[in-house]
Design a protein around this ligand. Structure first.
Ligand code: ATP
Ligand code: MG
Length: 345
């Protein structure tokens, strides 16, 4: 099994995709399709680490798939599928549960944030989430992982797991024909979207998230122009006018976030945006921001809706992608079993 450059990434069907997913990850996914073999997953097993209503989960899996395609992912060129249809993810995650150390997982900030104060009541799955994520990536021996800034720590953990596996089983890996002792690559994070950390519209210190209970905190890829205008208009700001230079955004998280979003959507730099809006009140700026957001996201919303009218077609795309993903992940999993010393028939 030669190591080929390969991209893997995923999003959780915990709700509909939002502007943060789009600017932080999706735009890079689309770009990488031009140069790489890409595998894009709807990570439904990650979604159930927190409670999901079964009917709602089914709907969300189809909706995220539709949003992938509507945003520009090509299901013929790239592999699009939902995680639970490829058993190797869960199988390899178990092996990694036995490779990763408790101390490593105890440092994960996403678990701390998501579990909140009631940690005793969080699912074991939420705690072990990063091990499953490592399995998602390494199960394809993927080399590049385009994500938003919040996933950097999990990627580092995936690298640690890859390295420990390679060290622990060095002898067996070499015996299996990997002369340099490298079975799993060190996957590289690709955190280069036009906005790698989009913040909540209600609180400039919190990340925009699907799972935020307030829908006003995010712009969904399915929102229509009126909804976007309402959300942007209600977005939290401070009383000062916009600064003329980027330095003036320091310690003004809400202003910095809105300017960052505008710049990313307009494909301009923040400096350039502030040259135009510096000294202006937020009201005028927000109007322009809502317009550009509706202009960029409108076609995606329309296409997502159209695709969702035919769930059978979406399910067929997921079935095809899953078969192609299985063909890549099963041989890797078989090798892992041989290396670890598990008997298979
Ligand atoms: P959840 O609240 O359920 O965790 P989420 O909004 O964080 O949902 P994920 O499915 O966890 O979305 O993440 C999908 C991808 O989008 C990841 O690559 C993640 O880094 C990226 N991402 C998520 N939120 C943001 C954000 N606010 N800004 C930039 N990138 C983001
Ligand atoms: Mg998340």
């Amino acid at each position: 099994m030669k190591l080929t450059p390969r991209v893997f990434s995923g999003m959780q069907p915990t709700g509909s995709l939002h502007l943060g997913n789009y600017l932080g990850a999706m735009l890079q996914w689309i770009e990488l399709q031009k140069t790489h073999e890409c595998i894009y997953c709807v990570v439904d097993l990650h979604a159930i680490t927190v409670w999901q209503e079964p009917d709602e989960l089914r709907r969300a899996i189809r909706q995220v798939t539709a949003a992938y395609i509507a945003s520009g992912l090509d299901p013929k060129k790239s592999i699009l599928f939902n995680q639970s249809q490829v058993a190797a993810h869960a199988e390899l995650a178990w092996v990694f549960n036995c490779v990763a150390r408790l101390g490593w997982l105890n440092r994960m900030t996403q678990f701390k944030e998501k579990a909140g104060k009631d940690r005793e009541n969080a699912s074991v799955g939420l705690y072990a989430y990063p091990n499953l994520m490592a399995a998602d990536i390494l199960g394809y021996r993927a080399t590049h992982v385009p994500v938003g800034e919040d996933q950097k720590q999990h990627l580092e953990l995936a690298r640690d797991i890859a390295q420990k596996f390679n060290n622990d089983f060095r002898k067996e890996i070499i015996a299996a024909g990997f002369e340099d002792g490298i079975f799993f690559p060190q996957p590289d994070p690709v955190i280069t979207g036009p906005a790698t950390r989009v913040m909540s519209l209600r609180d400039g210190t919190r990340k925009m998230s699907k799972s935020d209970p307030s829908d006003l905190s995010r712009i969904n890829l399915t929102d229509d122009a009126d909804t976007i205008a309402k959300k942007v208009q209600k977005a939290k700001t401070d009383p000062e006018p916009l600064p003329s230079e980027v330095e003036g955004l320091a310690s003004r998280p809400e202003a910095e976030n809105l300017v960052g979003i505008y710049a990313a959507l307009a494909r301009r730099t923040k400096t350039d945006v502030l040259k135009e809006f510096g000294g202006a009140q937020f009201s005028g700026f927000k109007k322009s921001l809502a317009e550009i957001a509706a202009e960029r996201l409108g076609p995606i919303a329309t296409e997502t809706k159209r695709l969702l009218d035919d769930p059978t077609h979406i399910d067929a795309i997921l079935a095809d992608g899953s078969a192609r993903a299985r063909a890549l992940a099963e041989p890797v999993m078989n090798k892992v079993k041989d290396i670890v010393g598990l008997i298979r028939s």
